[in-house]
Design a protein around this ligand. Sequence first.
Ligand code: NAD
Length: 307
Amino acid sequence: MKVLVTGGAGFIGSHVVDFFIREGHEVVVVDNLHTGKVENLNPRARFYQVDIRSPELEEVFAKERPEVISHQAALVNVRESMLKPMLYAEVNILGSLNLLELARRYEVKKIIYASTGGAVYGEPEYLPVDEEHPINPLDPYGASKHAVEHYLHLYYLNYGLEYISLRYPNVYGPRQDPFGEAGVVAIFTGQMLRGEQPVINGSGEQERDFLYVEDVARANILALEKEGCGIYNLGWGKGTSVNEIFRLLKELTGYPGKAVHGPPKQGEVFKICLKADKAKRELGWEPLVPLEEGLKATVEYFRRNLA
Ligand code: NAD
């Protein structure tokens, strides 16, 4: 099939592209390189440096006529979204709507959407969080990502455009930005390999459901094969503390220093993990890469790539 991957030069999107190509699909990438990098691009994908908000996006649809879209492009920084809520709505909501309108007009069959379990549920009322949990985003990033799920549903109801929304947990792995604001695995790995002191926010007892990026890419493949619509959590259903991540990475990198704690980050969920039973039942998806193995592959990647 011909698949258009938005954000295909980014961390997760580039792995999604690699998986689609490996599965024999023809892949077209749209990315404005805001955080994406040319070196992440699979050479077998056709690349268009286009903003998802821009009118030029139509030229890509007219020329390529994609059958399926995997929509990974977004602004993804929670803290930045608090400072720039309008910008987050423009890119994440209006950019997605621009894409949906073109999908409708150019008769795309299906759209796979990168949603977020970490940011749409808010402070969990129970753990692990399933898809029935109330939606209470705490920040403009989460609200903007969730808003698109409503549009996906109404485009299905009104125009028959099928969708699968995958609510990712904390994704980590090769190509994640080690200088970013979020992504504790990449940040700590980068710092430890450079011999810098990582600082754990607060007690370090906060927990996240850490999922290796290839498990996320594989879910996109399964979503493509699934008939019909649905919203699915991805994750282990089990949290790991930031202290434990520090300990494991210290071992893997050989970092000699001790853990240092700073002030806690305000407004962040304390503990979250996602129940992915529905994805297992209906998509045949389950995580395959255990945390220790995924961290090892990540450290090896950064060792090779951090000069
Ligand atoms: P990323 O920043 O590496 O990837 C986003 C990509 O989108 C980048 O390549 C960027 O250049 C591109 N992009 C941004 N604005 C654009 C625009 N206006 N037009 C075209 N391209 C644009 O981030 P990521 O972590 O790989 O996130 C990918 C997707 O996964 C996002 O939709 C994000 O909301 C979702 N997600 C990520 C995580 C995580 O843990 N990383 C968790 C939940 C959901």
